[in-house]
Write a protein of this length. Structure first.
Length: 441
């Protein structure tokens, strides 16, 4: 399929067909399932979404970092088409198939760490995180789990307790499971000025030692770049210092790379940007399968093997079409220029946003790595979050055919997760719309 890589607005946003669909949707879809965009999408290719009224929008969100190599990437489409006509389901734990093994080989080969690794596949990011909790508890014989302030790990009963924000993720959905401990994160923009990664790690470690006790902890879960939090990049040295402390105390270090992984930052995994950070387990999802639902846990063979036979599984985990798509995605990462492209995109975005920051003092910080960039909006000259301006800017972008996402504990961060197949021209156009939006604030 192809679609001209151009922003085209044929109606106002939302157009009449989207408005009609919105009525049908409200009548039958649970109010608990919110939506950001007021339009319904008919098809997509590359960096362009086409809605039911024929509007073409630039997608700077990729469904929260999922279609990393572009919508309807031809290699992924043909891999899925071929697979769907051949075999769609056996359940790997009933009767296995080769593509699951091939996807596991590719993931094990490119995930952080040079030690022997093993893999298990699931459906969603939250399910991968839950399984990593199970595996870490089984491997250590311990119960307690540490997570970080501002973190996001999912919407299931266990993972909603691992999120920092109670609202909207857990409001009224309790009781929440226990044995989850929230520890201070390194958040350079809001930490005391000049605080190093090592100092922030010392603060975290003291907190966990006093509050939980190192000997009680099965695992520490960290997003090496926090996603929903608004792309908080911890100060250099933070990850590695926490990791060394985990290693010295027999605690499993889990990197949740559901959002930051799979070539998004210009390396296969964001963890690989910090020397000396060697997570034992990594959770993946989103970008691994080009839009097909797939997640996984990959990591040290002896930890992954500590789960007894039959202890891990699920009907649809690693289904044939999903792993076929994952193989197509990962083979493209191996052969193509996607990692470099992620860095080029990052450099272009940073340059443009930094220019905007010089003009518009409501931009407090521009941050991120590779094609995972965000900016935080504040009341000029302060650290006070500027949530109304963020909302207004998002609305402006959506009305003008550019899909950007919000984020942040204080809902004051705009994040950009463009497909790596986007052209420089289209990227500039999207950034122009952001810049015009900032000018109207
Ligand atoms: N871990 C680091 O970013 C998903 C949530 C979208 P699932 N983030 C997007 C929403 O509002 O539901 C995420 C993540 C990190 C885990 C998850 C959970 O992944 O595939 O959504 O379950």
């Amino acid at each position: 399929m192809s679609l001209e890589q151009k922003r085209i607005l044929t109606t106002s946003i939302p157009g009449p067909k989207s408005v009609e669909l919105q009525k049908r949707r409200t009548a039958v879809v649970s109010a608990g399932v919110g939506t950001m965009l007021p339009v319904f999408i008919e098809r997509a290719h590359g960096a362009i979404l086409e809605d039911v009224d024929g509007n073409q929008l630039i997608d700077m969100g990729t469904g929260i970092g999922v279609v990393t190599i572009g919508h309807t990437n031809p290699g992924v489409v043909s891999a899925v088409q071929e697979q769907v006509a051949k075999l769609t389901h056996t359940l790997f734990t009933v009767a296995p198939y080769e593509k699951y093994v091939r996807a596991a080989e590719l993931l094990a080969a490119h995930s952080p760490g040079s030690f022997p690794k093993k893999v298990a596949f699931f459906n969603s990011g939250a399910e991968a995180v839950e399984n990593a909790v199970k595996i870490a508890r089984r491997a250590t014989g311990r119960t307690e789990i540490a997570v970080f302030d501002h973190a996001y790990h999912g919407r299931t009963s266990l993972t909603m307790a691992m999120n920092f924000k109670a609202h909207p993720y857990a409001t009224g959905f309790g009781p929440l499971p226990g044995s989850i401990h929230h520890a201070p994160m390194s958040y350079p923009f809001r930490d005391p000025e000049g605080m190093t990664g090592e100092q922030a790690a010392a603060r975290t470690i003291t907190y966990l030692e006093k509050r939980v006790g190192a000997s009680q902890l099965a695992a520490v879960f960290i997003e090496p770049i926090q996603g929903e939090a608004g792309f908080i990049v911890p100060a250099p040295g933070f990850l590695k210092t926490i990791d060394s402390w985990c290693k010295a105390n027999g605690i499993v270090m889990v990197a949740d790379e559901v959002q930051s992984g799979m070539a998004r930052t210009g390396k296969w995994f964001a963890s690989q940007w910090e020397d000396g950070f060697d997570p034992d387990l990594v959770t993946v999802a989103k970008g691994i399968a080009g839009g097909m639902p797939l997640s996984g846990v990959v990591g040290r063979a002896e930890i992954m093997d500590s789960a007894h036979a039959g202890g891990l599984g699920g009907t649809f985990g690693g289904s044939p079409t999903a792993v076929a798509a994952a193989v197509a995605v990962m083979e493209q990462f191996e052969q193509g220029d996607w990692l470099n492209r992620a860095q080029e995109i990052g450099a272009l975005i940073v340059k443009r946003l930094t220019e905007m920051m010089a003009i518009y003092p409501i931009i407090g910080e521009v941050r991120g790595v590779g094609a995972m960039q965000a900016f935080e909006l504040v009341m000029p000259g302060t650290l006070d979050p500027n949530q109304p301006a963020t909302e207004a800017l998002l609305k402006h972008c959506h009305k003008n055919g550019v899909v950007v996402l919000n984020a942040g504990t204080y809902a004051n961060v705009v994040r950009l997760l463009p497909p790596l197949s986007i052209s420089d021209d289209l990227l500039h156009e999207a950034l122009d719309v952001i810049s015009e939006g900032l000018a109207t604030l």
